[in-house]
Design a protein around this ligand. Structure first.
Ligand SMILES: O=P(O)(O)O[C@H]1O[C@H](CO)[C@@H](O)[C@H]1O
Ligand SMILES: [Mn+2]
Ligand SMILES: [Mn+2]
Length: 402
């Protein structure tokens, strides 16, 4: 009996990326960014006391080797973490030329990104006129709102009322290769928003823009809130990923959270979506019920979307402490032959300047294979290791660390 669980804590980086100086938040390079170490430091210094208090408490992740992984990746202090590891632990470095979710996940699944993404300039307007016109045409409106770099919650608060008045979709981008469309679920219509994103996605993908993201929101002016009906329309991976290797060999791949969107469902048998709390329930059911030979591939996005981009240190710390307790309970229920790897796809340091992701190494923490220091590895080695665990040939550049 062998099964694998690959869990991505979206944006839970641990610093130390050797190429961080080539990635930016505004004009400031990401050199020195360290999502988890800086959160631990803020907690220890009493700067993360909203809804929680004291040092960062992650006993289950630390027992696997989180504190040791942070020290290995960056040498930065992470107060409260750093007990003697009792699991598999190491730090992974990305080679893809992007610090976004598809780049990270594809490389974790054995496929580094072979092209340079297209990014929109931080100018107003940010989008070329023919693109804005094509989006308005597809929406059946006389124009679009936004047309700039923005944080999603900020732009909805600023332009939501005008959106209700004009009916025009709010289009914005970021330091990532994304084209995001925000619209009111009831006034504009959720299905209409999803249809619009689906319609314009091929045009954006042809430009090598990684994702078109539907950003539905609800509520009245002054209290707009985004809903969990977000949907990512991503470019398909350039070559077969871990999901295809496994499904091609007859295994089942279950997606939890954004995984189906990130891989355009390629090689994925089924997928569930919802809040992180709902997804943890889904993951728990799969720990009980996933088949022999299967991969359960889960993404928990709220670290990134609710706390990292919002630069909310206390919120990020609370979510980490919640996830630590939940994952600890799941680890205790693993069966002989199960491998659970816990990692991340990029950083999003909530103590950093700006609102964008940060280029960082990520933790590699494993349960089910005893105590093992795997050292510095590559993202693609994670795919090779899971393939090896499941007895499936690896088709990527990575090497198994098992
Ligand atoms: O500010 P919000 O809308 O959350 O958007 C963020 O989420 C996008 C995708 O993860 C990033 O590119 C960033 O723009
Ligand atoms: Mn991500
Ligand atoms: Mn993000």
């Amino acid at each position: 009996m062998t099964r694998a669980f690959l869990i991505v804590l979206d944006s839970a980086g641990i610093g130390g990326a050797p190429d961080a100086g080539r990635f930016f938040n505004g004009t400031q390079p990401d050199t020195g960014a360290n999502t988890l170490a800086h959160i631990a430091q803020a907690c220890a210094d009493g700067r993360a006391g909203a809804g929680r208090s004291g040092p960062l408490r992650l006993p289950n992740l630390d027992r696997l080797g989180l504190g040791a992984a942070i020290a290995l990746a960056s040498g930065d202090a992470a107060p409260g973490l750093g007990c003697a590891p009792q699991g598999l632990w190491g730090a992974a470095t990305e080679v893809s030329p992007g610090k976004d979710t598809p780049s990270g996940h594809w490389e974790l699944a054995g496929v580094p990104v072979p092209w340079d993404w297209h990014y929109f300039p931080d100018t107003q307007p940010a989008f070329p006129p023919d693109l804005s016109a094509a989006v308005a045409r597809a929406a059946g409106t006389d124009g679009i709102l936004g047309n700039c770099h923005a944080s999603g919650t900020e732009i909805v608060a600023r332009l939501g009322e005008e959106h209700l008045r004009s009916g025009w979709p709010i289009c914005y981008t970021s330091a990532d290769s994304v084209f995001q469309i925000a619209a009111h679920e009831q006034a504009f219509g959720l299905d209409r928003l999803l249809d619009l994103c689906r319609a314009v996605a091929p045009m954006l993908h042809d430009m090598r823009v990684g994702r078109v993201i539907a950003r539905p929101f609800t509520g009245a002016p002054g209290q707009f809130t985004r809903t969990s009906n977000r949907r990512d329309f991503a470019i398909a991976p350039p070559s077969p990923t871990l999901c295809d290797w496994i499904s091609g060999a007859g295994g089942t791949v279950h997606g939890v959270g954004k995984i189906g969107d990130i891989f355009s469902m390629q090689g994925i048998f089924d997928t569930v979506k919802g809040s992180d709390a709902e997804l943890m329930g889904d993951l728990s059911r799969l720990v009980d019920g996933a088949e022999d030979g299967s991969l359960t591939f889960a993404n928990f996005v709220e670290f990134d979307s609710l706390y990292g981009h919002r630069r909310d240190v206390s919120g990020y710390a609370r979510h980490l402490e919640w996830a630590d307790a939940e994952l600890g309970a799941l680890i205790a229920r693993l069966r002989p032959g199960d491998l659970m790897l816990i990692t991340a796809d990029h950083g999003n340091d909530p103590t950093w300047i700006g609102t964008d992701h940060t280029r960082e190494r990520v933790p590699v923490l494993g349960a089910g294979v005893g105590v093992r220091a795997v050292g510095q590895v590559g993202f693609a080695d994670i795919a090779a290791s899971i393939a090896a665990h499941l007895g499936v040939p690896s088709q990527g550049p990575g090497k198994s660390f098992l």
